[in-house]
Design a protein around this ligand. Structure first.
Ligand code: NAD
Length: 332
């Protein structure tokens, strides 16, 4: 039985719990046995089923030797302090994205994993999504020829649910750029690699929130570029929440959702379409299954390495720097 301790039992922990249950129903023996949340009302429903703590440090200090891994679902500024302390105490760590509030904090996590020989993975959900895998294959296998450019867009869904409104505090979330754009920045990193440079225009919508709206151009070798937009000022995700287009020499791929409609197609230069849409489970399912597989089989994480997650933080730090400089091109 794989025993898990969740720290931070808010919004995203619901998806994690659902996924652990899904895996358990499939015969993968995984169970949440301990939970910590600073708001007692957020652990009330776990009473009698799990060991309950308040601050995450209480759980870490009391569960040594009892858990196979700690699942960090805390606000972003606490990811690195919690992960480093956990690994120094001997825990393996699965940590929500973004890895950390900045690259120095992300580096501290990589160092702690090495120092303690612990299994650290950042839950970069989108790179685990089978749709992302299909895009990676098209690019890596040049199925429609050489890539010319790509456009990754994501808007909507103001995160009004968060504890003390931490999402709207730049020092705790890194703003929409680090929080929401991370999904596309990491998908881009996993499909195309780390870009050479970035230009970014961005705006702030609420005092102290950092950048809430942004438009980026990421530059790669050979004139290839990826444009990307992020915006969490629109209240819901009903219209055009996310779309991805990759333009190749001999056609393009389109992935998008509009209302309850979805399209994922490859179109060749003659306009012939191949439907790429396949039924699949949530991204969380694949990321958790992979982490547990590596843990149980004593394998190193080689698909979503901590260093790659740190690169995704670095990419976004460069975009924010470019926005600070009025859109100047900044080396990543
Ligand atoms: N992968 C995804 O699709 C996805 C989606 C949403 C959020 N996230 C990430 O998950 C993380 C959490 O976001 P959320 O939306 O669940 O936020 P949230 O505010 O809903 O949940 C965070 C929880 O941490 C608790 N907390 C705060 N300080 C604590 C402490 N010292 N000890 C114990 N508990 C503490 C809060 O009470 C809260 O319940 C963020 O990093 C966010 O970026 C990822």
């Amino acid at each position: 039985m794989i025993k898990v301790g969740i720290v931070g039992n808010g919004y995203i922990s619901v998806s994690h719990r659902k996924t652990f249950k899904e895996l358990a129903d499939e015969g993968i023996a995984v169970e949440v046995v301990a939970v910590a949340d600073i708001r007692p009302e957020f652990t009330e429903s776990c009473r009698g089923k799990e060991r309950i703590y308040g601050d995450y440090r209480e759980l870490l200090r009391n569960e040594i030797g009892n858990l196979d891994f700690v699942d960090i679902c805390l606000p972003t500024h606490l990811h690195s302090p919690a992960a480093v302390e956990a690994m120094d105490l001997g825990y393996n760590v699965l940590c929500e994205k973004p890895m950390a509030i900045d690259t120095a904090a992300a580096q501290a996590m990589c160092d702690a994993a090495k120092r303690n020989s612990r299994l650290l993975m950042v839950a970069q959900s989108w790179r685990f999504n089978p749709d992302c895998g299909i895009m990676r294959d098209y690019v890596r296998q040049s199925k429609l020829g050489r890539v010319k450019c790509a456009h990754f867009n994501r808007n909507g869904g103001t995160p009004g649910w968060s504890w003390e409104g931490w999402h709207f505090d730049k020092n705790r979330s890194g703003g929409a750029m680090l929080d929401l754009h991370m999904h596309d920045a990491d998908a881009m990193n996993s499909i195309f690699g780390v870009p050479n440079a970035v230009s970014c225009a961005a705006q702030s919508n609420w005092p102290g929130s950092g950048y809430d709206i942004g438009a980026m151009i990421y530059y790669y070798d050979g004139g290839v570029y990826v444009t990307s937009t992020v915006d969490w000022t629109t209240p819901h995700q009903k219209y055009g929440a996310a779309s991805k287009v990759i333009v190749f020499e001999n056609g393009y791929i389109y992935l998008g959702a509009f209302g309850d409609k979805r399209a994922f197609v490859a179109v060749d230069r003659d306009g012939n379409e191949i439907n790429l849409d396949t039924p699949h489970k949530s991204s969380y399912y694949y990321e958790m299954k992979y982490y547990i597989y590596c843990l149980v089989n004593n394998k190193l994480i080689d698909f979503c390495r901590p260093e790659e997650s740190m690169d995704s933080v670095r990419i976004i730090m460069a975009a924010c720097k470019s926005a600070d400089l009025g859109g100047e091109r900044v080396t990543v």
